[in-house]
Design a protein around this ligand. Structure first.
Ligand code: SAM
Ligand code: SF4
Length: 379
């Protein structure tokens, strides 16, 4: 299927969490009672997908959530072995699992490693206890520190997530979190701006108690400073929200930005396969019912035409610091025949938000701050 092309990836959504964090809008459940049925449904879905993926090779597997670290390690090992038996994974494939700090111990880190997991993405979010409790995180900074050490001691490749814009966050506390994570030994860091609009609780709180939140301008300045802190620690910016030491980029996630095919298993999972974008249903009962009846749990399945593919290449590719070929953007703008877009494109370059390197266009660091407004013009 993908002979001669880059190896593909597989995402598996594991929606179980101990409790729901105040800001989260992912498809999750805090009721563990369906877990056995869910793992069975994943087996069935994997077998259906494997028929379609025969001939394809894979080099990344990503267990995301939800909280994959809540799944018993024996079940994770069985699932990972089943996927590696059904799909043709290259040796040395990247196998990532998302983990919450309160789940991690030295023994578990060893069991995950024995199950073939070689990379863990840890939801640190902040090293300030006030901020963690303000959004209902179950862990404190001390347990994030212990988790990072346990994962690194087990020889796993580790990425840490931080959030900028948490309630109670100050400029100094954010700088301290960034410095501490950069110095912790991780090879990869993801920093997300708190998406308040995805959570009613946070949005209402911000309207009622704005003094608990950094202003948008303060967040923008801090984001620019973050890049400098991470660069000084040897972490290179390669995607709008991601920094890595050399050789430690997230292989699986890069496939999304470069439009390399990925399959998606589990409730709400998305995929790009054979020129089609597909998404599974986002309700757990509907997902389980479909697979119990041997049906695919598809909610959306549509072909991507050439114009949409060109648009996706620009919008996704510009998230990367290597940007996109200049010709792709210019062809798009002239095909659109939109003179306002052409004039704005020239203006974005003049303002220094978009930069040209030979034959390519990319966002500057300041440009990333306004990238949402610019990217939504490519529709
Ligand atoms: C799918 S979550 C799962 C990770 C894991 N369950 C945890 O909470 O640590 C992956 C990451 O998305 C980020 N995230 C989740 N909700 C967010 C929001 N509303 N705004 C910004 N980042 C968010 C967090 O940094 C989180 O670590
Ligand atoms: S633990 Fe992670 S996935 Fe679960 S509710 Fe919290 S942020 Fe969302």
């Amino acid at each position: 299927m993908n002979e001669g092309a880059a190896p593909a990836g597989i995402y598996v959504h594991l929606p179980y969490c101990r409790s729901r964090c105040g800001y989260c809008s992912f498809v999750v459940t805090t009721d563990p009672s369906s877990r056995t049925a869910y793992l069975q449904a994943l087996d069935t879905e994997a077998a259906l997908e494997a028929e379609e993926a025969s001939g394809a090779t894979f080099d990344s597997l990503y267990f995301g959530g939800g909280t994959p670290s809540l799944i018993p390690p024996a079940d994770l090992a069985r699932l990972s072995n089943r996927l590696r038996a059904l799909f043709d994974f290259e040796s040395g494939s990247e196998i990532t699992m998302e983990a919450n700090p309160d789940d991690v111990s030295g023994d578990l880190a060893r069991l995950w490693s024995e199950a073939g997991i070689n990379r863990v993405s840890l939801g640190v979010q902040s090293f300030a206890d006030r901020e963690l409790s303000a959004v209902g995180r179950r862990h404190d900074a001390a347990s994030a520190r212990r988790a990072l050490s346990a994962l690194l001691d087990a020889g796993l490749s580790v990425s840490g997530d931080l959030i900028l814009g948490l309630p109670e966050q100050t400029e100094e506390s954010f700088r301290a979190s960034a410095r501490e994570l950069a110095a912790s030994g991780v090879g990869h860091v993801s920093v997300y701006l708190l998406e308040t609009e995805k959570s009613k609780i946070i949005e209402e709180d911000r309207a009622l108690r704005p003094e608990r939140y950094l202003s948008d301008d303060a967040q923008a300045d801090l984001w620019l400073e973050l890049g400098e802190i991470l660069a000084r620690a040897g972490l290179h910016h390669y995607e709008i929200s991601n920094w890595a030491r050399s050789g430690a980029r997230a292989r699986h996630n890069e496939k999304y930005w470069r439009r390399v095919p990925t399959l998606g298993l589990g409730v709400s999972a998305h995929e790009l396969w054979s020129g089609r974008r597909r998404a599974n249903v986002s309700g757990l009962p509907a997902y389980l019912d479909a697979l119990a009846a041997g049906r695919r749990p598809t909610a959306l399945d549509r072909p991507i035409d050439a114009a949409e593919e060109a648009r996706e290449r620009i919008v996704l590719g510009l998230r990367l610091t290597d940007g996109v070929p200049e010709a792709e953007i210019e062809d798009w703008i002239s095909a659109e025949g939109d003179s306002r877009l052409a004039a704005d494109y020239a203006g974005w370059r003049e303002a220094g938000w978009l930069l040209s390197s030979p034959g390519r266009v990319r966002f500057s660091e300041r440009g990333f701050l306004v990238s949402n407004e610019i990217l939504c013009r490519f529709v």
